[in-house]
Design a protein around this ligand. Structure first.
Ligand code: MSP
Length: 502
């Protein structure tokens, strides 16, 4: 048994939740669910990033105060996560008093240590990124390389974090922790940024009020990233509950998109070192989910909202698609046609069909009472191998691979049934044997697939006549072959996943 503190980025409240946010959050949720099945102690955190110029401007554009605007959008994120059955343990909002206190304590500690100092800064700033750029990093016409929007010239007298002092400590830390950032391509990207040389970062603003006050100079508020990153420390009691903090830190695992790699893999570990704590143990970085080949953004008007897809595919169909179809790491293109194809093949034709056909034949040949599996079933080995593979893949944050392994059980069970054709045979021991195996395979699949398709998993479990819920089972014992007791009333029910028109 282990302990896992798993996080998503905290999302800006200038945007409504779209499938890009949902992609990261569903992956993190499924990984958290897998670890809970293993009996690991899990603390899964998500939330909203509510300060900064970008949010202030979005509020103004909507004729609202920043706090009204933040309340409204945070509510939309909460609603969306409820819809998608995201089982977070804590939802943090950076406007909460607990967070203000922790940001002030964390940065005061760095200030006292001498790595925050006053200075003047002039530079080119992208409001959408809330970040400065060197001219060489910009696109044509001085545009942001991520958002394609013109950057603004800013000049400020404020406080700087001496990031430049952390080039060597960061390189040393990464050399000692070669697996900290995954996949390797993203680790190399982080090392590349560090090796290029690090400039000090301006971390306070006097030009806006919408932020956390600098405790030693209240005319300033902290720059939003230096406030936001600290949410991960706040949620486990930084500065307030030292025992709790020590229990969860640094065994943290951040899941993020590649757009915020620099902040998580360079700034944040340096801030941790400067504050006298270890950098985060693990950061998994995924690529972009593209729509029509482009990153989703408000300006491109290509955002897709989760509720629209849930209306067509259900929550399980939504979750399964994003976990199964876009391998973690590279960019992936979203397509509605691809979603229909995945839904039909994995959910309607494979899993749904297996449940329906087994329940129907048990009804016809066994009077609706499920027989027990064979001890020497050919599926026993398939199940053991799939579980081992899925466990390894979930722990590496490779959901697509984990589900591919899980669905191998579904396919092999369907093949076993097609070879034995129990629907044609006379009732008797042979029919019982193959149906018992299939019921046991379904029981195991409902546990292994529950991180991806929690509703269907619970429903299959119920239809098998089992007590409790798949998510309350514990690996590996629960998937040891032979757990289905037999003698239970099997329920047929409506199709779990009605087929979609191509
Ligand atoms: N508020 C900061 C994060 C602070 S974390 C201390 C922020 N917010 S954000 O709302 O812009 O969210 C960015 C994150 O949302 C990405 O890193 C990624 O996890 C997710 N995604 C948003 N759009 C996405 C895609 N198109 N594709 C994949 N992930 C996307 O940055």
């Amino acid at each position: 048994m282990g302990r896992l503190f798993l996080t998503t980025p905290i999302y800006y409240v200038n945007d409504l939740p779209h499938i890009g946010h949902a992609y990261t959050t569903v992956i993190a949720d499924a990984v958290a669910r897998w670890h809970r099945l293993r009996g690991d102690e899990v603390f899964f955190l998500t939330g909203t990033d509510e300060h900064g110029l970008k949010v202030q401007r979005a509020a103004e554009a909507n004729g609202l105060s920043p706090s009204e605007h933040a309340d409204r959008t945070a509510a939309r994120f909460l609603e969306t996560w409820k819809l998608l059955d995201i089982a977070y343990d804590d939802f943090i909002r950076t406007t909460e008093p607990r967070h203000h206190q922790s940001v002030q304590a964390f940065l005061q500690r760095i200030y006292d240590g001498g790595d925050i100092e006053p200075d003047t800064y002039e530079g080119l700033y992208c409001v959408a990124c809330e970040g400065y750029y060197n001219e060489s990093e910009l696109g044509p016409g001085l545009t942001c390389p991520i958002h394609g929007r013109p950057v603004e010239h800013m000049s400020e007298q404020n406080y700087f974090f001496r990031l430049s002092r952390y080039q060597q400590p960061l390189l040393d830390w990464y050399a000692a922790h070669p697996d900290a950032v995954q996949p390797e391509s993203k680790r190399n990207e982080a090392l590349g940024i560090i090796r290029q040389g690090l400039d000090d970062v301006s971390i306070t603003r006097t030009s806006l009020d919408w932020g956390v006050r600098v405790p030693w100079d209240p005319a300033h508020v902290f720059y939003v990233w230096f406030d936001a990153l600290i949410n991960y420390a706040t949620a486990i009691g930084y500065g307030e509950k030292p025992d709790r903090f020590d229990a969860w830190w640094p065994a943290v695992h951040h899941i993020i998109g590649k757009d915020i790699l620099r902040f998580h893999c360079v700034y944040w570990p340096a801030m941790c070192l400067a504050a006298g704590i270890d950098p985060p143990a693990r950061i998994s970085v995924h690529g972009y989910l593209l729509v029509g080949g482009e990153k989703m953004s408000k300006t491109r008007l290509n955002q897709i909202h989760p509720a629209d897809l849930v209306a067509d595919f259900g929550v399980d169909g939504f979750r399964h698609h994003f976990l199964r179809d876009a391998p973690f790491g590279p960019d992936g293109d979203f397509s509605y046609e691809g979603m229909v194809a995945r839904y039909n093949s994995d959910l309607a034709n494979n899993l749904g069909n297996l449940q329906a056909r087994v329940a129907t034949v048990v009804d016809r040949k066994c009077g609706g009472v499920g027989p027990a599996p064979r001890a020497d079933s050919p599926l026993a080995e398939v199940v053991a191998a799939a579980h081992a593979h899925a466990d390894d893949a979930w722990r590496r944050v490779a959901p697509s691979e984990a589900l591919e392994a899980t669905w191998r059980i579904v396919r092999e069970t369907n093949s076993l049934l097609e070879a034995a054709e129990p629907w044609r045979a006379e009732p008797g021991p042979e029919v019982d044997a193959v149906l018992g195996d299939a019921l046991e395979a379904l029981r195991v699949v409902s546990i292994l697939a529950s991180p991806a398709v929690p509703y269907a998993a619970a429903e299959i479990w119920r239809r098998l006549g089992l007590e409790g819920r798949p998510e309350d089972q514990r690996l590996p014992d629960a998937v040891r072959w032979g757990g289905y007791p037999g003698g239970l009333q099997v329920i047929r029910g409506d199709p779990l996943f009605p087929r979609k028109q191509d």
